[in-house]
Design a protein around this ligand. Structure first.
Ligand SMILES: Cc1ncc(COP(=O)(O)O)c(C=O)c1O
Length: 425
């Protein structure tokens, strides 16, 4: 069945004062049908639905290979295995990302090296990459922050010049376009997340796409204990009890129950993406006249997945900082989040890496200001408007009075401009 029923089970309760959670997955009858179909078939773990989901996802992205896993973290780990990362190697990652991006590098006794971000997109700042390359650098992991693709032409050019691999962390970027090309077909290996909050969810799950057949094959073997070939088929009619372990692998495979969710979600992905775009546009238009807020900046040659909608609040214009702003929204029933605490601020990375906050001025500035607002397809226009009015209320209540000197300067410069205009008439 493919009912494409667009009514989600989990609705946001409407009332006098609506509670707007930070995220709700978009689950309909279609997902329920697919999961029940798995349960009724008796095939629960990796099997026909996982293979079908991999194939449909591969087609959707337009990549040569797609290898499903139980998380994006697993996909990033096996991508680094596939390129042969080793002890003492270095991998460049943006300073603002989730720990998974860097954590997988430490699995190899290799070193994550942080690069500052661009403070408009929060993506890795390509002008700061080359200064971090050493003789030990093996790869770059750009993160398509919030769903906006990074500057891939520049990243790939630097990588080719320095013989580095590019493993994209596309946890936020399904689907997203860079120069009309889907993310998933650009770098060497791309890793997606289907975690519960992501724009396509399987509860937990991930996928690696690549044009390289050898890497895809290696990742397929490693995700299921290092068993030689099509390990999951050993319990099928065409399979055999005999198998060989060719290297120590991992238990990273996706299950058919997860893939069932993925199949149903993939069918409505374009519609869900469209709704995210509409919500983003509604926020951007609503905040256009608020000087205290900077709305997300998406470059003209790319299309964001809009996994996150991240605003910056200018605390110089307000009497409160970002944290209090979040508290105020919470008091109004609006849940928000912060993506992310820069890695160098966490106790582990602080002690394991040499980077000091002063090395990452754009990340520091951004971190103090960012708030992720709710954005997901089950939000109605009414919900979005409630978020907007709460944000506006906080601004109104805490706007810093314009200082007298600034006001005077402003009036004087306006007066001068009028005099100049009149003189030139
Ligand atoms: C940027 C980034 N990379 C990687 C991950 C890890 O994804 P997963 O939970 O599927 O392992 C996340 C998860 O939120 C993320 O935000």
């Amino acid at each position: 069945m493919c009912s494409l029923d667009r009514r989600p089970f989990i609705r946001i309760v409407s009332g006098d004062k609506m509670e707007i959670p930070f995220h709700k997955p978009y689950i309909t009858e279609d997902e329920v049908f697919e999961v029940l179909d798995s349960l009724r078939s008796g095939w629960l773990t990796m099997g026909p639905k996982t293979v079908a989901f991999e194939e449909k996802f591969r087609e959707y992205i337009g990549s040569r290979n797609a290898v499903s896993m139980n998380s994006c973290t697993a996909a990033l780990h096996l991508a680094l295995k596939a390129i042969g990362l080793g002890r003492g190697d270095e991998v460049l990652v943006p300073a603002i990302t989730f720990t998974a991006t860097a954590e997988v590098i430490t699995y190899f006794n290799a070193k994550p090296v942080l690069v500052d971000v661009d403070d408009r997109t929060f993506n890795i700042d390509t002008s700061r990459i080359e200064e971090k390359i050493t003789k030990n650098t093996r790869a770059i992991i750009p993160v398509h922050y919030a769903g906006q693709p990074c500057d891939m032409d520049e990243i790939l050019a630097i990588a080719r010049q320095n013989n580095l691999s590019v493993i994209e962390d596309a946890a936020h970027a399904v689907p997203a376009l860079y120069k009309n090309q889907k993310v998933g077909t650009l770098g060497d290996i791309t890793c997606f997340s289907f975690y519960a909050t992501k724009s396509l969810t399987t509860g937990e799950g991930g996928m690696a796409t690549t044009e390289n057949d050898e890497w895809a094959e290696r990742m397929k073997i490693l995700r299921l204990h290092g068993i030689s070939k099509d390990a999951w088929k050993r319990y099928t009619r065409e399979g055999s009890w005999y198998y060989e372990v060719i290297e120590p692998g991992y238990k990273y495979n996706m299950t058919d129950i997860q893939a069932a969710l993925g199949l149903a979600q993939l069918r409505k992905l374009d519609w869900m993406w469209q709704r995210r775009k509409e919500i983003a546009e509604r926020y951007t238009n609503a905040f256009a006249s608020s000087e205290e807020i900077t709305t997300p900046s998406v470059k003209a040659d790319r299309d964001s997945a809009w996994h996150l909608y991240v605003i910056k609040v200018d605390s110089r214009m307000l009497q409160i900082g970002r944290n209090r702003f979040i508290e105020e929204l919470k008091n109004e029933g609006i849940s928000t989040s912060v993506h992310f605490i820069p890695l160098y601020r966490h106790p582990y990375y602080k002690s394991a890496l040499d980077g000091k906050p002063s090395e990452f001025p754009a990340s520091e500035r951004s971190y103090e200001q960012i708030i992720s607002l709710p954005i997901y397809p089950s939000m109605t226009d009414e919900h979005v408007d409630q978020v907007v009015s709460s944000v506006r209320r906080v601004i109104r209540d805490y706007r810093r009075p314009v200082e007298k000197t600034r006001l005077d300067q402003h009036l004087i410069s306006r007066l001068n401009r009028t005099v100049e205009n009149e003189a030139s008439c």
